[in-house]
Design a protein around this ligand. Sequence first.
Ligand code: G4F
Length: 314
Amino acid sequence: MSEFLTGKGYQVFGLVRGQNNPKAQLVQDENPSLELVEGDLRDLSSLIAALEQVQPDEIYNLGAMSFVALSFRQPELTADTTGLGVLRTLEAVRIVGGTQNNPIRLYQASSSEMFGKVRETPQTERTPFHPRSPYGVAKVFGHSITVNYRESYSMHASSGICFNHESPRRGLEFVTRKITNGLARIKLGLQDSITLGNLEAARDWGYAGDFVEAMWLMVQQDEPDDYVIATGETHTIREFLDLAFRCAEIDGWESFVRTDPRFERPAEVDVLCGDAAKARERLGWKPRVTFEELVRMMYESDLAEEAARAELDR
Ligand code: G4F
């Protein structure tokens, strides 16, 4: 997001929590012009101070405890950060406000996890929510409170109901990167197998670089609103594995993949598939990177990274 905004000529500030956040340097290295500001989604006064210091025109709240599996083990922390963090951000905007002629605009990262046990396929902005994890429940709160503040205080607050969006920068704990990184290590002879949970789950996977453009477009509209951001294509984890192993020119992925119930969740979201017709019609947005290109991009990036690391270790 910050890279996209910097490319558009924005001065970008990133909120960083904790006294010595290990990710701060990593983010700074990726985008040297990014300016880091202290603040925490769990501390309203710190958000107010950050807004007073920066006086932003636009806020993109992509902050959350975003790993669904962990939300079952740390539900209260998830509710506090992923759910109440949105309320605190909205309150900070309401209090600091920007100027009357130039009010602060807000983007809230809502999630397709809100659909959970889906009531209809494909999912649209009108599909009822049925979250299946503490993370999904917290996101429903964040989404609903954003709508409520928009209606109550005429805030320019929009929500993007984003389906899974991936890239080489995805954390290693998420299934796509776990697969592409494990596969790269298998290819280089550094690892024998990949251990996963439920292989039957299906997701609508898009490229994060495409999705940030949709987030920005929402904020540029005269009227704030909610939009589903998705590719409209759904694939199982088995299909992801099949394609990734073909990219690596390794036959028979089944011999390299183990399953372990440790990676299964107490309640699963079986299949997600979004309909982004509203974003297409009103924002003129459509995804550019295909599923095949995404899988290849992630595998090739992991292969290059792991090969460079192995070279250094020699
Ligand atoms: O990659 P995942 O952990 O992503 P998940 O749960 O779909 O959530 C991601 O997308 C959401 C948008 O829909 C975001 F809101 C959220 O923050 C996050 O970015 O898991 C995808 C699927 C699940 O069904 C999971 O059970 O893969 C299945 N899976 C199977 N084996 C696994 C594994 N997931 C992980 N992380 N690790 C496994 O070993």
